[in-house]
Design a protein. Structure first.
Length: 346
């Protein structure tokens, strides 16, 4: 018999449960899967975790996130047990102090939590890395990303603390996989893991900005158009020195590979060319310290080449890449990567 600590609710019909969750504000505006004890226990059993295990905390809110709460919200989001290791790793990343989850999920800036999945788990659970990468239609991407949002809302206190002014749809679900390009090191290898490891990287992000360049067929041409889009002054990353993410589509990657460019060279080029002078900020009433004698100093779009999360993905047709600005500053929130494991989360 399943024994869980959460309050048990009884309904005659599944629709009654769905309506009740809407009325209580426990959803993200979409219908949920009723989290029956059997479904919740199946999630916990899959990762060999006890319901009382603490996955992490949010000290600013005095919140302790248990494995049971993670499992309940994962069921509600539509996850199946095979997705649970990814959900658990994602929550470990989100609750890491380096991520600083209270900031982006309470800010008026409306950041979402972008999850970037790497490694063999992508193929094991059918996570999308290709066509319509950020557009839904894949259960693993949509429900894993949604689970994190529901956990933060219902167990993490975001419904109480979130002061978002505008926000973007990624606050409901924002989960992608990096496509494998044998010639390049994937994100998790760049961040210290083995290629055979499966990982999740959590990143506090603004919405994606599509990059359209069907004309340039040199690395410099493609990357200069990206650098130009990166330097919009009305973004967090230009004003606050944040990390950023860039998803390069297959056609753009093919051009870069054809000319022998690796990820390091791409990041170095963008770091050198995606920048604006301080004097340009002043034209928009944006005062950066210090002023006066340093007005001609250059301000880069991200603090260092290592602060650009460069990944590959998207459909095989169309020269469209995507730039994803970060939230806050590197002193407030940085991307965190955790390994996906089948058990042993405490």
């Amino acid at each position: 018999m399943t024994h869980l600590s959460s309050k048990k609710l009884e309904f005659n019909l599944a629709q009654e449960a769905v309506d009740h969750f809407f009325e209580k504000g426990w959803t993200d505006g979409l219908p949920i899967i009723p989290p029956t004890p059997e479904r919740v226990q199946a999630m916990l059993d899959y990762v060999k975790t006890q319901q009382s295990d603490i996955v992490g905390t949010i000290p600013e809110r005095n919140r302790f996130i248990t494995a049971e709460k993670v499992a309940i919200n994962a069921v509600m989001a539509g996850c199946i047990p095979a997705y649970m290791p990814v959900v658990m790793a994602a929550m470990e990343a989100v609750l890491d102090p380096e991520f600083g989850v209270h900031g982006p999920t309470a800010s008026t800036g409306g950041a979402s939590i972008l999850l970037i999945v790497n490694g063999p788990i992508i193929h094991q659970i059918g996570l999308n890395t290709g066509k319509n990468l950020m557009g839904g239609a894949h259960r693993a991407n949509a429900t894993i990303g949604r689970a994190i949002g529901l956990i933060m809302k219902n167990a993490g206190g975001s419904s109480q603390f979130d002061q978002t002014t505008i926000g973007h749809p990624g606050k409901i679900s924002f989960c992608i996989g990096e496509a494998d390009v044998p010639e390049w090191d994937p994100l998790h290898v760049e961040r210290g893991f083995n290629r055979s490891d499966s990982t999740v990287t959590a990143f506090a992000s603004e919405g994606p900005h599509q990059i359209n360049n069907h004309v340039a067929h040199t690395p410099e041409g493609i990357l200069m158009s990206i650098a130009d889009l990166m330097t919009n002054l009305a973004t967090f990353h230009m004003q606050r020195s944040t990390q950023c993410a860039l998803v390069l589509c297959p056609e753009h990657v093919a051009t870069l590979l054809e000319h022998g460019w690796d990820k390091a060279r791409v990041k170095d080029f963008l770091f050198e060319h995606a920048r604006r002078k301080k004097s340009e900020f002043y034209q928009f009433g944006l005062r950066l310290e210090p002023v006066a004698e340093e007005e001609d100093e250059w301000v880069p779009a991200f603090p260092s080449p290592d602060d650009l999360l460069l990944i590959t993905g998207g459909g095989p047709a169309g020269r469209f890449s995507s730039f994803i600005p970060g939230w806050g500053s590197v002193s407030q929130s940085v991307a965190v990567t955790k390994q996906v494991r089948l058990s042993g989360f405490t």
